[in-house]
Design a protein around this ligand. Structure first.
Ligand SMILES: C[C@@H](N)C(=O)N[C@H](C)C(=O)O
Ligand SMILES: [Zn+2]
Length: 335
């Protein structure tokens, strides 16, 4: 009887130890899990927080996403703090897809205005805020528009992405300066004819895509007969980040009101070759003088030309010297 009583006591004691060790193991498991979760989320937070130029903390994800690249290629857009973060995914050499994310912030652009600006992984700033832009023909009476990238008569041979109407948009500052240029030239019997003004980033992307297709040379004989298509960017005839996208650049020529025709500049718009150089010596004196009339009128009101293209001028004191805009060329883009 006493033996049976001891056996009963021993098995109860064993049960007790078993129960206690189960409880301890369970508590240990919970602790390890909690610790693991804290470590993981801490790491993620450290990666996501980065100070922007203004000293504010902005979301910048450098998160690595492994797995099937096909699932994650393309652009992703995610709203963060109401401003937006655009992630562009690219696969690295190890087959890991890196989400090198752009970030957006509100930026004081120095003229009392705040713009929402997105900075990409190369540090290039973009905005789709058109609030400082106007319709050029509303501000400069008598200006003539021949918007080549809306038409198909340009070096690509098609309407260019982002040109949705045959109109010209430009910053208020550049429009005010052009108005003065136009007034001066009118006294001499000329009007300004505009080929291009603000150029959306999407248009530049269209140029880049076109340049990557060596078979598409349908406009070669008119615009670049002596230059290999694959050298147009390299030689500076077309820019990957164009001053036009900053909103204060125009491509312009003179229209003679008495003769009712374009003034002879000894070369045509977007001809990629030496004759387009502003001070080309291979043109007549009269043609050189005509280029001078245009250049003098533009520089008198704050524009600067470039050597490679007699028709291309940028407002020297441009309001957005490092911001590239991307909204469509159409009246509706202006509020
Ligand atoms: C493409 C041509 N019209 C032009 O604008 N070229 C300059 C270099 C640019 O792309 O800004
Ligand atoms: Zn130009």
């Amino acid at each position: 009887m006493e033996n049976r009583g001891n056996k009963g006591k021993n098995s109860k004691g064993l049960e007790k130890y078993f129960l206690i060790s189960v409880i301890i193991s369970f508590i240990l498991l919970v602790c390890v899990t909690v610790l693991f979760v804290i470590l993981i989320s801490g790491d993620k937070f450290r990666k996501k927080s980065k100070k922007n130029n203004a000293g504010e903390v902005t979301e910048v994800s450098t998160e690595k996403i492994s797995g099937d690249a096909a699932d994650v290629t393309g652009d992703s857009t995610e709203d963060v703090n109401g401003t937006g973060v655009n992630g562009k995914n690219s696969e690295n050499a190890n087959g890991i897809v890196e989400n090198s994310t752009e970030y957006s912030q509100s930026e004081d652009v120095g003229n009392g205005e705040e713009l929402t600006v997105t900075t990409d992984e190369e540090g290039i700033k973009y905005s789709n805020d058109s609030s400082d832009f106007v319709v050029l023909s509303d501000e400069v009476p008598g200006v003539i528009l021949e918007i080549r990238y809306y038409s198909t008569y340009n070096f690509v041979g098609d309407r260019i992405d982002g040109y949705e109407e045959a109109t010209a948009l430009i910053t208020k500052e550049a429009a005010a300066a052009l108005k003065e240029v136009s007034k001066d030239l009118e006294k001499k019997g000329y009007r300004l004819k505009i080929y291009d003004a603000y150029r959306p980033e999407s248009a530049v992307e269209n140029f880049v895509k076109w340049a990557e297709d060596p078979k598409d040379e349908k406009m070669k004989e008119y615009f670049y007969p002596d230059i290999d298509k694959d050298e147009l960017f390299e030689r500076g005839y077309i820019a990957r980040h164009s001053g036009h996208s900053r909103g204060s650049t125009v491509d312009v020529t003179l229209f003679d009101m008495k003769k009712s025709k374009d003034v002879d500049m000894g070369g045509t718009f977007d001809y990629f070759g030496e004759v387009s150089q502003s001070f080309c010596e291979d043109i007549t004196e009269e043609q050189a003088e005509n280029r001078k009339i245009l250049r003098d009128a533009m520089t008198a009101h704050g524009f600067e030309g470039i050597n490679g293209e007699w028709w291309h001028f940028t407002l020297a004191d441009e309001p957005y010297s490092d911001i590239y805009f991307d909204f469509p060329v159409k009246r509706d883009s202006i509020h």
